[in-house]
Design a protein around this ligand. Structure first.
Ligand code: NAD
Length: 253
């Protein structure tokens, strides 16, 4: 962590969180905190909703009380569900297929309502599947962390389904740049932070095999409920409103 940063270990649902925001009076809030595990959301929708929906409402109320100028919210491609389109645009309809998708989408409605009623500026960034250093295995780009971890341990890679499911994998540094851009631009817009490129899980496994050099065993298992088949987000709006485009391919990332 940067030595210039101060870390407060607080739950976004707690009254202490509101107290802190009132005390610090930040100009900007980047709201990243969430329950990010799709499978957990299916096992425990109440917990998922408390973290992601009630937590966000507390963040929004805190921002209004402290006259925060702008909120930048980490939303997700999970809001779309399994849309049968090649590249999803921000105008496409949202049909989540997991409680996680619902609990990332619902705060967007609250954010827009807080803007309408209390003039709180926002940018909603809908990330595709994020990967990078210190990534946990539970989040949406989790397959990369899981594969790398299994390769390190000499274990076979396990693919759920036939491996032809595709994702739009985006490197964390690109996502950070999109957040930086949203400080000055993209007010009151919902914008994708994505590469607009598809990579199948089979292609990913092949890439990792080539990078690793030594043989890696791949096993196939059952598909999981709530898993999206294909997901690729258009990123033209980000270029237009944020002046941002990703710099990393999956291979370079
Ligand atoms: N990783 C992805 O592929 C991806 C894709 C789309 C959107 N997102 C969103 O990006 C954000 C960051 O996700 P990530 O992948 O870095 O996951 P992560 O699990 O690494 O980060 C989420 C963080 O939120 C914290 N947190 C959870 N509940 C909290 C609470 N009640 N109060 C305070 N902190 C809490 C966790 O401790 C964790 O540090 C999330 O909002 C997630 O929904 C991630």
């Amino acid at each position: 962590m940067s030595p210039k940063a101060v870390f407060h270990n607080l739950d976004v649902r707690s009254p202490d969180f509101k107290e802190l925001i009132l005390q610090e009076r930040p100009e900007l809030v980047f709201h990243q905190a969430a329950q990010v595990d799709v499978q957990r959301s299916i096992r425990n929708p109440q917990y998922d909703a408390e973290m992601n929906i009630i937590g966000t409402i507390n963040v929004l109320e805190s921002c209004c009380s402290a006259a925060v100028k702008k909120l930048i919210y980490a939303s997700s491609c999970a809001v779309y569900g399994d849309l049968a389109v090649d590249k999803i645009s921000e105008q496409d309809s949202t049909h989540p297929i997991s409680f996680y998708g619902v609990s990332k989408l619902t705060p967007e409605l609250y954010i827009r309502m807080f803007h309408q009623l209390y003039d709180l500026n926002y940018t909603i960034l809908r990330y595709s599947n994020v990967y990078g250093p210190r990534q946990t295995s539970k989040g949406e780009g989790g397959v990369i962390a899981i594969f790398v971890d299994r390769i390190k341990k000499g274990l076979p890679l396990v693919i759920h389904g036939d491996g032809e499911q595709t994702r739009d994998f985006i490197y964390i540094k690109d996502v950070v740049e999109a957040n930086y851009a949203a400080i000055q631009c993209g007010d009151n817009q919902t914008i994708h932070a994505a590469t607009a490129r598809r990579t199948s899980v089979n292609e990913l496994a092949t890439m990792l095999k080539n990078i690793h050099g030594a043989p890696i065993e791949v096993k196939y298992g059952a598909e999981r409920p709530g898993d999206i088949k294909h997901s690729c987000l258009d990123n033209q709006k980000a270029l237009q409103f944020l002046g941002w485009k990703p710099r990393y391919s999956v291979l370079s990332g």
